[in-house]
Write a protein that binds this ligand. Structure first.
Ligand code: PLP
Length: 299
């Protein structure tokens, strides 16, 4: 499914570096590292019911990604939180909003790859938009020919803006008329889709690929916690596409789409032979968390 333009976002204010700008003013320099080399880190965060969901986990992952890339003069969590609060308040957003939080290595003194050319500190962007979950209730997948990055090349645990690995897979999904593309790891096991994590459920047991060559998503982590706390059997192991084709239920997890059922993979329908409705239970627990958890907005 392709997201549509939402006219409620015509007049939004966007935080760039140290101030709020209108949509048409919100720009980064052509010397910015994100333009020059995709040299930036990012988070997708949702706002539900007057709270920023899992803000502390997102900030921790962003700081870890920035540290792994050796960014200098990184804003503190408190500074980033204040920029988020000011942006949400300026836009009157307390529910139903999505934040694309980006931190670039900043502006360079001249074009080039060398991080020593970055002498002005990081650029922080808080792009908050009105945005419902990006997926319909059920989605279809194909298996991509593009392998997911792994620590041998570019560690997918760094949540960076160098997204061409995923975009190439998404192009294959688009050409095939599917919603998302499953990306395999270098051994042929399922890692995740181009933009979300993936699970299958077999005979009442929830199974997740190991987090070796996927982003260890925050929603993925919550699903694992929900299962453990509610007595739903859960395991992480290598899984082949065959185990997804023949699973009772398959679903994806991510901030953008929340928990989304997969109806078909590579033309194979996912048929529930067990008659258990484990995904519906997990979705119920997750929905409850989104209403109750998170950093309370001060306005
Ligand atoms: C490649 C990829 N996998 C999975 C996810 C889901 O992560 P999260 O649950 O933290 O949103 C994302 C989200 O940014 C992603 O880009």
């Amino acid at each position: 499914m392709q997201q549509k333009y939402d006219t409620r976002n015509d007049g939004i204010l966007i935080w760039v570096k140290d101030r709020l700008c209108t949509r048409s003013e919100a720009k980064v320099s052509v010397f910015d590292s994100a333009v020059q080399g995709g040299d930036a880190v990012w988070e997708g965060i949702r706002v539900y019911n007057g709270r920023v969901f899992c803000l502390d986990r997102h900030l921790e992952r962003m700081q870890n990604s920035a540290h792994a890339l050796a960014f200098a003069n990184v804003p503190t969590n408190e500074e980033i939180t204040q920029a988020i609060f000011k942006t949400l308040e300026a836009n009157g957003m307390r529910d139903g909003a999505h934040i694309r939080l980006t931190l670039t290595r900043g502006e360079k003194i001249t074009s080039g790859m060398d991080p020593r050319l970055n002498q002005f500190g990081c650029t922080l962007i808080v792009l908050a938009e009105w945005k419902p979950p990006a997926f319909p209730p059920e989605i279809t997948l194909i298996t991509s020919s593009i392998r997911r990055n792994n620590p041998m090349f570019l560690d997918s645990k760094i949540h960076h803006n160098n997204l061409l690995n995923n975009i190439l897979a998404k192009l294959e999904a688009n050409y095939a008329g599917a919603d998302e593309a499953i990306m395999l790891d270098m051994h042929g096991y399922v890692s995740e889709t181009n933009s979300v994590n993936i699970f299958c459920i077999r005979n009442g047991q929830v199974l997740s690929p190991t987090a070796d060559s996927c982003l260890p998503g925050i929603t993925r982590g919550l699903v694992i916690e929900i299962c453990r706390e509610n007595g739903i059997p859960i395991a992480e192991r290598n899984l082949s596409v065959m185990e997804f084709y023949t699973a009772d239920e398959v679903f994806c997890s991510g901030t953008m789409g929340e928990l989304t059922r997969v109806s078909e993979i590579d033309g194979r329908k996912i048929v529930n032979k067990s008659k258990l409705e484990v995904l519906a239970d997990i979705q119920g627990y997750f929905r409850k968390l989104t209403r109750e958890w998170g950093t309370v907005l001060p306005f």
